[in-house]
Every structure is written in C-alpha cells, then in structure tokens.
Design a protein around this ligand. Structure first.
Ligand code: SF4
Length: 136
C-alpha cells in the first residue's frame, strides 16, 4: 500500500482511538454522539463514518434517542473495547500522532496530501531506508 494511503488511514485510526478513549471514559452512562464531535473537533459527516465503523467492529453500541425534537444517539462501550489493542509498529513512527493539527486533518480542513510535515518525514524515511539497504 502506498505510504500516503497508509497515512490517510492512520489519521482515521488516530481519530478512532480518540473516540474510543472518550467512550471508555464515560462508560455505561454513555455520551451523546454530537458531544464527541465537539470534543475532538471533527465534523459530523466524518465522525459518523468512524462511529459506524467502530459499531461494526463491535467496539461500541448506539442507542437512538430524541433530544430537543431531534434524533440522535447515545454511545456506550462494549466489553470488547476494554481489551488491549496492539498497534502496528509503523504507526508509532508517524508524526500525525504528535501533531497539533491532527483534528483539522481529520475533519478535512487540512489537506493531508500537501502536508509539509509528512512530506519531510517521508523523504527522511526513504533516505533512512536507502541508507540501510546500502549497508546490507
Ligand atoms: S498536519 Fe500533517 S502531520 Fe499533522 S496530522 Fe495532518 S498530515 Fe499528520
């Protein structure tokens, strides 16, 4: 898989982790779906995709709720979410994990494909890998 696509997936995975952390923290009392958008500063369209993916993975449950005349959902963790998840090693190296602009990338305000931080990281990674190959 091309590195840029891996990174796009990684941004989504980081947002998934943030959502799961929030849901784990609230526990059985649950949290209204739109409160999550505010907490992680992501737009609802992107957020709903992630929530639905997490629901399909069996990590959270959505219960329909009418609030202020509008339909929404209350989200609660399932027991599966409390099991330890081991991240692939390559994720720990990616600068997005430590980036203050992650929320903007997750919500589409910032273009991942023109990110100078990622661009620099990719170039350095290629140089490092080429150097390692030449040493072997
Ligand atoms: S601004 Fe760049 S480094 Fe930061 S999260 Fe977005 S893509 Fe990753």
């Amino acid at each position: 898989m091309p590195l840029v696509l891996k990174l796009a997936r990684s941004v989504s995975e980081i947002l998934e982790r943030k959502i799961l952390e929030i849901i784990k923290d609230v526990g059985d009392k649950g949290i209204i779906q739109r409160e999550i958008w505010k907490k992680i500063n992501v737009d609802s369209r992107k957020g709903i995709k992630i929530i639905k993916r997490l629901e399909r993975m069996g990590l959270l449950e959505r219960e329909p709720l009418i609030q202020g005349g509008r339909k929404t959902y209350i989200l609660r963790p399932t027991p599966k979410v409390f099991k330890k998840i081991r991240l692939p090693d390559f994720l720990e190296d990616i600068p997005c994990f430590y980036c203050p602009y992650l929320h903007q990338c997750g919500s589409g305000e910032h273009d991942l494909y023109s990110c100078k931080i990622i661009d620099k990281w990719i170039k350095e990674k290629i140089l490092r890998e080429n150097h390692e190959l030449s040493e072997n």
